[in-house]
Design a protein around this ligand. Structure first.
Ligand code: CP3
Length: 341
């Protein structure tokens, strides 16, 4: 098996630098659209044979150094008792939204083996199919990001309901965060027991908070997740979008690998956090619209900065966009390998 990704996670500065792409299984791939054309998104997530099939697509088509389980961060919320539908155009809808104490009674901590067995079955199938290929990454949404979906009832720009609860009814917000933290620990532990060889915690929206608010309302929970998982022996990656202002707090979580978006320069992250950090990232997803030579220069610059860290895993700074050409994505992977060989 190609274990470059796992070595880099463990702090070994491997060459060529391993690369994978956030949202690497998805709509930019015609092979994904073909499978997705036969079924809706949630059914795809809940059908292990199909979920495994689309997980493998980017491994075979792009040549990435890791596979990431095909699922969604919102899956455990449905198992907790929330309504969940993915509507074309509107994105995810969680109904009814979480707004009061009574809403806490509708939700429960999940037993992954009985309530999301399809996720664990997908992992078992994948470990068999990936045996001679690449490692498998499991993942979950972090408590704050999951809380925003529950409270807003879906995607938002203003986060008004989240802010109203966090600042206006902090005790209830804290109870929800505690529950989501318990769920995340149970969920990721089961994924690891089923065979996930690394886990990534996605905290997409934590960057909307100030450093003070992040430290008070989010950091203790993420720290608890990292601590509880530490004995399971797999690397823990933590990704925050737009997290430049809370970089030191992100390090405090205890994650083994810190995922950066394109706004946080790798060199600056290393000077702030020290040369012992392991970093993942951080090409602007928009760079995949560049011409080949311009893209190559960007990739080379990121690789050069990555050498300042203890180890570096190449990735985009956020998910790949559906409008990107698969050929450009394949070229990116090839470039990373060539330029860092
Ligand atoms: O990375 C991978 O290839 C693994 C699969 C994966 C998906 N979602 C599949 C997906 C992962 C790791 C996620 C994470 C996820 N989901 C996040 C965190 C990372 C990030 O992007 O910030 C978030 C916030 C979500 C929630 C979510 N899922 C939204 C808001 C949407 C709708 C918007 C959109 O892009 O369509 C989804 C749907 C979704 N999740 C799709 C895929 C492939 C598209 C669904 C489709 O096929 O129609």
């Amino acid at each position: 098996m190609n274990d470059a990704f796992l070595k880099a996670c463990a702090g070994e500065p491997v060459r060529p630098v391993p690369v994978w792409i956030m949202r690497q299984a998805g709509r930019y791939l015609p092979e994904y659209r073909e499978v997705r054309g036969q079924t809706d998104f949630l059914t795809l997530c809940k059908t292990p044979e199909l979920a495994a099939k689309v997980t493998l697509q980017p491994v075979d088509i792009l040549g990435v150094d890791a596979a990431i389980l095909f699922s969604d961060i919102l899956i455990p919320l449905e198992a907790m008792g929330s309504g969940l539908v993915f509507s074309e155009g509107r994105g995810p809808v969680l109904d009814p939204p979480f707004r009061s104490e009574a809403d806490l009674d509708r939700l429960h901590c999940i037993d992954p083996e009985s309530e999301v067995p399809f996720v664990l079955e997908t992992i078992r199938i994948l470990r068999e199919q990936l045996k001679h290929k690449v490692p498998l990454i499991g993942f979950a949404g972090a408590p704050f990001t999951l809380a925003t979906y529950l409270i807003e009832g879906g995607t938002t720009k203003s986060f008004v309901h989240t802010r109203r609860l966090l600042f206006g009814v902090p005790a209830l917000f804290a109870s929800l965060m505690e529950l989501l933290t318990d769920v995340t620990i149970a969920y990721l532990s089961s994924q690891i027991r089923a065979g996930a060889q690394a886990v990534q915690l996605f905290d997409t929206w934590a960057g909307i908070l100030s450093r003070e608010e992040y430290g008070a309302h989010v950091l203790p929970h993420v720290k608890r997740i990292m601590e509880e998982l530490s004995s399971l022996g797999v690397p823990r990656i933590y990704f925050v979008l737009d997290g430049c202002h809370i970089l030191e707090s992100i390090k405090e979580t205890g994650a083994d690998v810190i995922g950066l978006d394109w706004r946080t320069e790798i060199s600056r992250a290393v000077s702030r956090l020290g040369p012992e950090v392991v970093l993942q990232g951080n090409l602007d997803p928009g760079c995949l619209f560049m011409q080949e030579e311009a893209l190559r220069r960007r990739v080379a610059r990121i690789l050069e900065q990555g050498r300042e860290a203890r180890a570096h895993i190449f990735n985009l700074g956020h998910g790949i966009m559906p409008e990107v050409s698969p050929e450009k994505a394949r070229l990116l992977v090839e470039m990373v390998h060539e330029l860092s060989a």
